[in-house]
Design a protein around this ligand. Structure first.
Ligand code: CP
Ligand code: NVA
Length: 304
């Protein structure tokens, strides 16, 4: 199995690597005392172009639990590419830090940071992907169901960064995924092709639909905001188009789905009702907790 050197996108991982990461995350969650010095003497930059609660705190606390040190940078320190170029940002950060965790507007920025810093870069969300989120989601499903190749997940909403990373993760691991989006809001064509290619190898069933009824019988329904950070669209128009895709108790009952998932932050009363979000169906806080364990597995793998 080849060593992990960065995490810009889940497509960089093969099935053995992704499975090993999830197993390691479970081990770290169960016995954190064995990993208290895994990042001893390491400093990691946390670079955020966009707001964050879960990602920022789970990386900061997680790095601390592994014995490492994190440095948080946001746009108040001068936006990348404005005060100085992305490449200069990367090459300077590499002088002091061992890795860069970055939340950026464009996936291209992550590639520029990785090239200029020559240090491992971890994608903490971009326009195209959210791999750390998908790792935590797969970990959550593994805890619930065990064998992920027997799980059927339905993603309902915008074919966005979170949807893309779930598509890749499911395709790598052989998990069935139904992606349900309004017309014109489906996943990116290149990501879809890549996921279809990997699904053929793993035996995963990847289905696209525009009808919420296609989620019938799925183990879990996953949704996310109708309007991602950095997306320019008329919120009123988006709401009108997406209202039929709201996840509420009637939908959960009609489709006989066991669990509800959301990366958070949730917009209560829009993509999901409070009744579902706060119900027995909901795995959202397990997902949020698992962000830290999944990310710590990535960090331990990078430096072991
Ligand atoms: N799910 C997630 O990435 O949350 P934040 O935007 O708060 O980091
Ligand atoms: N798709 C959302 C995820 C937030 C964690 C966004 O990009 O804003």
């Amino acid at each position: 199995m080849s060593k992990l050197t960065q995490l810009l996108c889940l497509a960089e991982l093969d099935q053995a690597q992704l499975s090993a990461l999830l197993d390691l995350a479970l081990q770290i969650k169960q016995a954190p005392q064995h990993y208290q010095t895994a990042l001893k003497g390491r400093s990691i930059a946390l670079l955020f172009e966009k707001p964050s609660l879960r990602t920022r705190v789970s990386f900061d606390v997680g790095i601390n639990k592994l014995g490492g040190h994190s440095v948080y940078l946001d746009l108040q320190n001068g936006a990348m590419g404005v005060r100085e170029s992305v490449e200069d940002f990367g090459s300077n950060l590499a002088c002091w830090t061992d890795a860069i965790v970055a939340r950026v507007y464009s996936q291209k920025t992550l590639v520029q940071l990785a090239l200029s810093s020559k240090k491992p870069v971890i994608n903490a969300l971009s326009d195209l992907y959210h791999p750390c989120q998908a790792l935590a989601d797969l970990l959550t499903l593994k805890e619930q169901y065990g064998d992920l190749s027997k799980v059927h997940l339905a993603f309902v909403g915008d074919g966005n960064n979170v949807c893309h990373s779930l598509m890749l993760g499911a395709a790598i691991l052989g998990m069935d995924l139904t992606v349900i989006t309004p017309q014109g809001f489906g996943p990116d064509a290149h990501v879809l092709l890549k996921a279809q290619e990997m699904a053929r190898q793993s035996g995963a069933k990847l289905t696209l639909s525009q009808h919420v009824s296609s989620a019938a019988g799925a183990d879990a329904i996953y949704t996310d905001t109708w309007l991602s950070m950095g997306t320019r669209a008329d919120p009123a128009l988006i709401e009108q188009l997406f209202v039929p895709y709201q996840i509420n108790t009637a939908v959960m009952q009609r489709l006989a789905v066991k669990h509800f998932m959301h990366c958070l932050p949730a917009h209560r009363g829009q993509e999901v009702t409070s009744e579902v979000l706060d119900s027995e169906y909901s795995l959202v806080l397990q997902q949020a907790e698992n962000r830290m364990h999944a990310q710590n597995a990535v960090l331990v793998s990078l430096f072991s």
